[in-house]
Design a protein around this ligand. Structure first.
Ligand code: DGJ
Length: 538
């Protein structure tokens, strides 16, 4: 009997229907019983994305990249909208390029995440309009304690904020006008990896006055006279101060945009702080190794107070280490923050983190940066993207099941980590052992490995569909099942093993495999497969 995907819960349907304008409902992030779901067209949506290079706000360039999304198996394009290209002269907006890009994305059956390169784009200023750059008196840069200007615009510049609000509101109003019917644009990033690069805070007269004034009541735990240094300590005071005013600024920009068109909005973060430093050659300090004022994991509490219009804070993760990757994922998965990865690195190492983010941290989306860079002549994204494409093919196919089970113990992942070639997962009625290549050689941990280490590639997602039925999606691993020790049963047996895919929501087996012993396992090939297995205890 083919399995049909479960229908949406009534609560999600109600949330979706309340958001209907005309036609398709506006995309929404909803939280139900502690679990976040991203709704697009009223249905749970798992973002499987690719971010194009920063310079691709050119319709002809975008047209070259878009066909590659098909074999990348992604459903969402993230593309930048540089302020200077939509408002080259103050008050004069040009949306022709934007319109063509959105039309092309829609024609390819894809969704879009718009990245607003406004006041801040990391440590780069090339995306700012000339009329902003050439007028530092009106649009001031943050200065250090000696009065030397940094490259970053100050979060205390009132005229800059007003100009950014105006431009961003015009952009969102325009998106509403051209896209309200289709909802191609599903999410908006406000600024890009914002913060001050240079000093931890601006030392302008305006900033000094605020820094020497009281901490806003929302942060001072009821003490309106508390100082920044008194509340946050000398080490953290300047970063906390910048974070608060940066978050207030970006919240104000987001509010202006939402008044025009209330799409969900998020902030992306250049990693740093607490051992997650992106630049190993720099001391891990705000303004130095990462922009001061961004949504670092240790400043999230301030962002959540200061920027209610920002629906989530998304870490950009380029670390190859599984230890650091997991640390970051766990810090950004919070009751007040659903996990979304809008930028991650390229190559095989990163493929396994997609499974980790979805299976263990209920990510609402996962995307690699730089799709199209180094594209093959045939328009495919090339070998650095091939492993994620293989992930997306299978994960996208099972997305309705994944989004339904995310946030429950019925969906879990195991990935191969450096020197951790196996992991036991515990499900109701079954223990599952995922083994990755070195473990398949059955080497205990005290045996020294021979030969150079390979790139860890093993990854598996397990969805418990029924008490005795699993969907297994994975690569380069062997998955064994046993009843839990306390069950009183020693072994189980496979009743059925089918390899297949879902077609229009219906499980469609391509072949049945002979029932092996569940304790010895089911082997998933290097290039991946999806299995549905039924088990029975003896
Ligand atoms: C992080 C930025 O947010 C992106 O826009 C891009 O410049 C990448 N770094 C490049 O690795």
């Amino acid at each position: 009997m083919p399995l049909r995907f479960a229908t949406l819960s009534l609560v999600l349907a109600a949330a979706a229907s309340s958001a209907f304008a005309q036609g398709k409902p506006i995309p929404q992030l909803v939280k139900n019983a502690g679990k976040y779901t991203f709704l697009v067209d009223g249905k749970p949506f798992l973002i499987l994305g690719g971010q194009v290079d920063n310079r691709v706000f050119v319709p002809d360039e975008m047209a070259k990249v878009l066909p590659g999304f098909k074999s990348y198996h992604a459903n969402t394009v993230e593309f930048p909208v540089p302020w200077k290209l939509i408002e080259p002269k103050e008050g004069q907006f040009e949306f022709a390029a934007f319109d063509r890009i959105v039309r092309d994305i829609r024609a390819h059956g894809l969704r879009a995440i718009v990245l607003w390169f406004g006041t801040w784009k990391g440590d780069e200023t090339a995306y700012l309009p000339e009329w902003i750059q050439s007028n530092p008196a009106r649009f001031p840069k943050a200065v250090d304690a000696d009065g030397k200007a940094s490259n970053s615009l100050s979060p205390h510049g009132a005229a800059t904020l007003e100009a950014d609000r105006t431009a961003f509101a015009a952009l969102l109003k325009h998106i509403r006008e051209i896209d309200e019917r289709d909802r191609t644009v599903i999410l908006v990033q406000v600024e890009n990896e914002p913060g001050i690069v240079g000093p931890a805070r601006d030392h302008s007269a305006e900033a000094d006055k605020l820094f020497n004034g009281p901490v806003p009541s929302g942060l001072a735990a009821g003490n309106p006279l508390a100082t920044w240094t008194g509340v946050f300590g000398p080490q953290f005071a300047e970063e906390a101060f910048t974070t608060y005013y940066m978050a207030r600024y970006i919240d104000s920009v987001a509010q202006a945009g939402k008044e025009a068109y209330p799409l969900p909005m998020y902030e992306n973060v250049w990693m740093g702080g607490e051992g997650t430093n992106d630049r190993f050659y720099d001391f891990d300090r705000p303004g130095d190794s990462y922009p001061s004022g961004g949504g670092q994991s240790h400043t999230l509490r301030i962002w959540k107070v200061a920027a209610p219009a920002i629906d989530l804070i998304a870490p950009d993760i380029y670390h190859r280490s599984a230890v650091i990757y997991r640390t970051i994922l766990s810090r950004y998965t919070r009751p007040d923050n659903p996990l979304l990865i809008v930028e991650t690195g390229r190559g095989l190492e990163f493929a396994r983190y997609c499974f980790m983010a979805i299976g263990d941290y209920s990510a609402i989306g996962f995307a690699q940066f730089g799709v199209g860079i180094g594209m093959a002549a045939n328009g495919e994204f090339g070998p650095r993207f091939a492993d994620m494409a293989a992930n997306f093919r299978l994960v996208g196919n099972a997305a309705p099941i994944i989004t339904e089970l995310e946030g429950t113990k019925r969906l879990q992942s195991a990935i191969e980590e450096e020197n951790i070639p196996g992991r036991t997962l515990s499900f109701d009625r079954y223990d599952v052992l995922a083994m990755f290549p070195p473990a398949l050689a059955k080497q205990p941990s005290w045996v020294e490995p021979t030969g150079p280490p390979g790139i860890p590639s093993g990854r598996v997602l397990l969805a418990q569909l029924q008490p005795d039925e699993f969907l297994v999606i994975g690569f380069d691993s062997t998955i064994a099942f046993r009843p839990p020790a306390a069950s009183g049963h020693k072994e189980g047996r496979f009743v059925q093993i089918e390899e297949g895919l879902y077609r229009d929501g219906v499980w469609t087996p391509a072949k049945s495999l002979p029932a092996a012993s569940p304790a010895r396992g089911l082997t998933l090939p290097k290039d991946g497969a999806m299995f549905r297995v039924k088990l029975q205890w003896d």
